[in-house]
Design a protein. Structure first.
Lengths: 117, 111
């Protein structure tokens, strides 16, 4: 199984709402990532989890809160978002050899398209 | 910014023609990867080339890497309408645990 799944596919939320994005993989990967992608732009890294520990936070605002409950699951909790946070949110995973010496192939989910009103 | 630059930004060709897109980057790397993204979907890994390799093939794809010029190219031969997508190069940075994606090339292949 080489699939990364993400739910929901689409999400519309108001600025006062709290919602969560979910990501799951069953490839035994130990590194998982959240990216944000605006239209016609490349993905921008938000967070990296390595062996269920947060290893990189790219200075993301605290209204985005990641969580890695176990090695297969990755959540992104959203609270008090702004309209400019509307984007495609992509989850990815990789084997995660843990050395940090080089980056491996990443496997991406289909993304959650988020609209903040 | 570490972000790589890709050119052209957009490329429109006919089926059967070859498509070449280029990527330039700024820092020393361990490897360079190419990904494809169909409209509004997730990215799909195409090929990885290590810093000590100069050329790599995979099916209709040919990737070259010139570390002295900090540049790479992706050639898609005998293109098909299904190749229509955005293509991104992605580089790691020695000692850093992350990929940085280039600006992307939007390829349109017309039947």
């Amino acid at each position: 199984d080489t699939e990364v799944t993400q739910t929901p596919k689409h999400l519309v939320m108001g600025m006062t709402n709290k919602k969560s994005l979910k990501c799951e993989q069953h490839m035994g990967h130990r590194a998982m990532y959240w990216y944000k992608q605006k239209a016609k732009k490349p993905p921008e890294l938000m967070f990296v989890y390595s062996y269920e520990k947060l290893s990189i936070n790219e200075s993301v605002p605290s209204r985005f809160s990641p969580e890695c409950p176990n090695s297969s699951l990755l959540n992104l909790h959203l609270h008090a978002l702004q309209p400019e946070d509307s984007a495609l949110y992509l989850c990815a995973s990789s084997q995660g050899r843990g050395s940090g010496d080089f980056q491996e192939t990443q496997y991406f989910g289909p993304g959650t398209r988020l609209l903040v009103l | 910014s570490q972000q790589g630059e890709e050119d052209p930004q957009a490329l429109s060709i006919q089926e059967g023609e070859n498509a070449t897109m280029n990527c330039s980057y700024k820092t020393s790397i361990n490897n360079l990867q190419w990904y494809r993204q169909n409209s509004g979907r997730g990215l799909v890994h195409l090929i990885l080339i290590r810093s000590n390799e100069r050329e790599k093939h995979s099916g209709r794809l040919r990737v070259t890497l010139d570390t002295s010029k900090k540049s790479s190219s992706l050639l898609i031969t005998a293109s098909r309408a299904a190749d229509t997508a955005s293509y991104f190069c992605a580089t790691d940075r020695t000692g850093f645990q992350k990929l940085v994606f280039g600006t992307g090339t939007r390829l349109l292949v017309s039947p």
